[in-house]
Design a protein around this ligand. Structure first.
Ligand code: PSV
Ligand code: MN
Length: 397
C-alpha cells in the first residue's frame, strides 16, 4: 500500500466508524401516490415489523441502530404505547430515534394545525406536540422533529401574518416543555400539501421560528424540500455557521418531493453536503442527526433502505477523502481549476474497496445488498406478512 492509500484507508475508516443514519418506520410500510397504491407483500404491517426491518438493515450495514417514529402511525395510543415500544427496543436491539408528531392527518387540520385560525384547533395541535415531547422524554429519544403541513391554496384566503404569530406561540409553548437533553427540530417545505403558501416554506422561516422558540430548537433540512437548482450545501454551510443545523432528512428528487432513494439522482450533491459537514469543527458537527425520509413505492422496502444506507456510507467516505488542507490552500490562492480538481477527485474515487475492507474489519457483510438477497429475509417476511398486506389498504401506518 502506498502512503496515500494508507492515509485514505485511515480517513475512510474513521469516517465510517462515526457515521450513523436513522431509518424511518414509515419507509417499511405500504404507501403510494394519490393515484394509487401498490401493496407489497413484505411491507411492515405493525410497529414490531418495522423494528424487525430496522434491525435487519442495521445488521447488514452497521449504521442504523435507531428508527424514527411517527406518533400517530406508530404510537396511536400515545404515551400508553411507550412500554410496548421499549419492549421492542430490547427485543430487536434498536433504539427509538426522532419522534415525529403528526399534525396533518386529522380532519380538524383541514385549514392548518399550529397556524389554524381556530384557537381550539391550535390547542389540539399543541396538546399533540406536548404528548410527543413526553413520549420522547420517556423513550430517552433526543429529537422531536416537527414538520408542519399548514398553508393555504388561494391568495387572500388566509392572513399570512396572523399565522406567523400563532405558530410562534405554539412552538414556544412546545419548547418550554422540552427537558434539557431534548431538542426540537423545525423542518421546512416549499409546497405540498398546500400549493399557494406554506407556513414554514424555507430555511429562513424555519430558522427564525426555531430561534424565537428557544435555544434547543434547530433547523431540519429535508433534501427533497427545495426548488430546482437550490444550492442546498450553501444552506447547510449557513446553518453550520449559525449553530442551527439540527439534522437532515435524506432522500432524492427529480421534480418535486419525490421520495427517491438517497443519491439516486444527484450523488454529487450529497457529497457536497457531507463535505460541508466534515469541514465544520467538531462542536458544530456534534449532534447533527442524519436521517432518511423516504417512502418506497416501487422498490422493495428493505432493499431500498439498505441501498440508501450503503450509498450514504459511500458518499460520506468519499467526502472524507477530500484533502481539506490542500483545498483550503488552493481556494485561498484562487487556483480555481486545481481547487475544483482537488475537490472532484475525491468524488470520482471508487471507495467501494475501502468500504468493503471496513465492513469486514467490523464483522459486517462485505456486500450488504447481496447478503440481504442471500439471507432470504425478504422472501420470509413476504410469506409471513403476505395475507395481512393483501387485506391492507392503509397508507403509512
Ligand atoms: C413531509 O413531506 C415529510 O418530509 C415530513 O418529514 C414527514 O414527517 C414525512 O415526510 C412523512 O410524511
Ligand atoms: Mn422530511
Amino acid at each position: 500500500m502506498s502512503v496515500n492509500s494508507v492515509l485514505d484507508a485511515e480517513r475512510v475508516w474513521a469516517a465510517l466508524d462515526g457515521f450513523q443514519i436513522e431509518v424511518p418506520s414509515w419507509g417499511f410500510a405500504n404507501t403510494g401516490t394519490r393515484f394509487g397504491k401498490f401493496l407489497q407483500s413484505g411491507a411492515a404491517t405493525s410497529i414490531e415489523e418495522k423494528f424487525a426491518d430496522t434491525a435487519e438493515v442495521n445488521a447488514l450495514t452497521g449504521a442504523s441502530p435507531t428508527v424514527a417514529l411517527h406518533v400517530l402511525w406508530d404510537l396511536p395510543g400515545g404515551l400508553a404505547d411507550v412500554p410496548a415500544i421499549q419492549a421492542l427496543e430490547k427485543k430487536y436491539g434498536i433504539k427509538s430515534g426522532s419522534i415525529n408528531p403528526n399534525l396533518f392527518q386529522e380532519a380538524e387540520y383541514k385549514y392548518g394545525s399550529i397556524a389554524n385560525p381556530s384557537a381550539e384547533i391550535r390547542a389540539m395541535a399543541l396538546a399533540h406536540l406536548l404528548d410527543s415531547v413526553a413520549i420522547g422524554r420517556k423513550l430517552g429519544s433526543r429529537d422531536v422533529s416537527l414538520w408542519i403541513a399548514d398553508g393555504s391554496n388561494y391568495p387572500g384566503t388566509q392572513s399570512i401574518r396572523k399565522r406567523i404569530g400563532w405558530m410562534e406561540e405554539v412552538l414556544s409553548a412546545t419548547h418550554a416543555a422540552l427537558s434539557d437533553d431534548q431538542r426540537m427540530l423545525v423542518e421546512y417545505k416549499p409546497f405540498e400539501p398546500a400549493f399557494y403558501h406554506t407556513d414554514i416554506a424555507d430555511w429562513g422561516m424555519a430558522l427564525e421560528l426555531a430561534r424565537r422558540a428557544g435555544p434547543r430548537a434547530q433547523v431540519l433540512v429535508d433534501t427533497g424540500h427545495h426548488y430546482q437548482g437550490t444550492n442546498i450545501e450553501q444552506i447547510v454551510a449557513w446553518l453550520l455557521h449559525l449553530g442551527a443545523l439540527g439534522g437532515f432528512h435524506f432522500n432524492d428528487r427529480k421534480y418535486a418531493d419525490d421520495d427517491l432513494t438517497l443519491g439516486s439522482i444527484d450523488p454529487y450533491q450529497v457529497f457536497r453536503i457531507f463535505h460541508e459537514i466534515l469541514s465544520a469543527d467538531s462542536a458544530e458537527q456534534a449532534g447533527i442527526a442524519f436521517m432518511i425520509d423516504q417512502s418506497h413505492n416501487l422498490k422493495g422496502k428493505v432493499e431500498a433502505m439498505v441501498q440508501s444506507v450503503v450509498t450514504a456510507q459511500e458518499l460520506y467516505a468519499k467526502a472524507a477523502l477530500v484533502d481539506r488542507a490542500t483545498l483550503a490552500d488552493l481556494q485561498q490562492q484562487c487556483r480555481l481549476v486545481e481547487a475544483e480538481e482537488c475537490f472532484r477527485s475525491a468524488f470520482w474515487q471508487d471507495v467501494r474497496p475501502l468500504v468493503r475492507d471496513w465492513r469486514q474489519s467490523r464483522g459486517l457483510p462485505t456486500e450488504p445488498l447481496k447478503a440481504l438477497a442471500d439471507s432470504g429475509y425478504v422472501q420470509r417476511i413476504s410469506q409471513e406478512r403476505g395475507s395481512k398486506n393483501a387485506r391492507s389498504v392503509s397508507s403509512y401506518a
